[in-house]
Design a protein around this ligand. Structure first.
Ligand code: WQD
Length: 377
């Protein structure tokens, strides 16, 4: 099939936090979106499964032992926002036949590959599951893409492939794959290497690898957000749960780093800036006459400390966010933030939203869903 004029995009893992937020600007930009997700961290309740009758459910739905993963945002919430149904397949990337059938049914111009397990701590407990789901699942996807002549890809990678920063701000030329501390980061690094080899072997591939810094926040409507199952692994959702009264206090992992106030500094990026970055990458894939694989940092280029985030969240929520200073967390670095200039020069994208907006939009969602998607106030 000639897909050069198609505007149909497949989002693997599109029911997750980043994927579901990305559907919105994609549809607003005129793309037709198809979502594929195994819902391995499926949240209960109102997920609308618009299953196509002849595509089997993925038999390999892995239940990860941990619950640090992030709940897929119910597809139905996205449909409320975009005002139209989103084609959804409950398929696992490890289910080769079902995956291939999805490609038989749609003329995809491109794939945005979000699917994967992403809990750093959990990846140290069950590394084989992380390599099977993330790496083998990606290999299946790339094979099916090749068989269907779909050779444009946006890959969801992570700043963790840089390991402990050797210099700041982190540019795309920073070494990768050195001293990676967990299976999650290694799986992302391995997949980037597989993509490079694939592009070297077949010059028709054009891949943009997006290395996310710290995605946080929620769609401003308040009906989408980050809804981790169980105890949040990451800072922002934990702070939000303290502010809303679900948790009494947050532990600040160390205040003796060489930073502005001794607490860890990160490059927090609003989820809607991140979502828009994927649209910019897709448009680049479609409009530039290039090939090969290119890695791009998606961040703001600014770093904020844990205490600065807690303080901002207290301000916007009007709630005192109680915290206690605790020991450092294994694997944490003092500071990580990027040089975002290449994303601006190559994609014409830059982050627009402030830390205040990240906290305001998170608070709006958390106030609407104090217990997460499973219940609504
Ligand atoms: C941020 C800061 C903590 C929780 C991780 C993944 C990375 C990416 C983003 C996917 C650090 C401190 C946290 C808490 C705390 N995910 N903190 N108390 O570790 O920078 O990155 O999420 O791509 O892959 O590694 O984010 O939000 O966990 O931590 O003090 O309860 O908040 O020490 O300084 P991190 P985080």
């Amino acid at each position: 099939m000639d897909n050069s004029k198609s505007k149909c995009v497949l989002l693997t893992g599109g029911a997750g936090y980043v994927g579901s937020h990305t559907i919105i600007p994609l549809i607003e930009s005129g793309y037709e979106v198809v979502v594929l997700d195994n819902l391995s961290n499926a949240c209960k309740g109102h997920i609308k499964r618009a299953l196509m009758p002849d595509v089997a459910r993925g038999p390999h739905v892995f239940k990860t032992t941990g619950n640090e993963g992030q709940n897929p945002v119910p597809i139905s919430q996205v449909e409320k926002l975009v005002g139209k149904p989103v084609t959804f397949y409950n398929v696992d990337l490890l289910d080769y036949d079902s995956l291939s059938k999805v490609f038989d049914k749609h003329n995809f111009c491109c794939v945005i590959h979000f699917a994967g397990l992403k809990a750093v701590g959990e990846s140290c407990i069950i590394p084989l599951t992380y390599y099977r789901v993330n790496v083998s699942g990606s290999i299946n996807l790339f094979q099916v893409m090749k068989e269907h002549n779909v050779k444009k890809l946006v890959f969801s990678s992570s700043s963790t492939v840089y390991g402990e920063p050797q210099f700041l701000p982190i540019t795309e030329s920073h070494p990768v794959g050195q001293n990676l501390l967990n299976g999650y980061a290694k799986s992302k690094y391995y997949i980037e290497g597989i993509i490079q080899d694939l592009c070297n072997s077949d010059k028709e591939w054009f891949v943009i690898i997006l290395r996310y810094f710290n995605p946080v926040g929620a769609h401003p409507s308040g009906i989408l957000g980050e809804d981790p199952t169980g105890i949040p692994n990451n800072l922002m959702p934990y702070v939000a749960q303290v502010a809303v009264g679900n948790r009494p206090c947050i532990n600040v992992f160390g205040n003796d780093y060489n930073t502005v106030d001794g607490t860890g500094v990160r490059d927090y990026l609003h989820i809607m800036d991140l979502a828009e970055g994927h649209v910019s990458a897709l448009q680049k894939l479609q409009n530039a006459n290039e090939n090969g694989a290119i890695a791009i940092n998606l961040g703001t280029g600014n770093g904020y400390s844990v205490l600065q985030v807690i303080d901002m969240f207290s301000q916007v929520s009007g709630q005192k966010v109680k915290y206690a200073i605790a020991d450092r967390r294994a694997g944490d670095c003092a500071s990580s933030y990027c040089d975002a200039s290449f994303a601006k020069s190559y994609l014409g994208w830059q982050a627009k939203r402030t830390l205040k907006e990240m906290c305001e939009d998170t608070w709006r969602w958390q106030s609407l869903y104090p217990q997460g998607f499973s219940t609504k106030k």
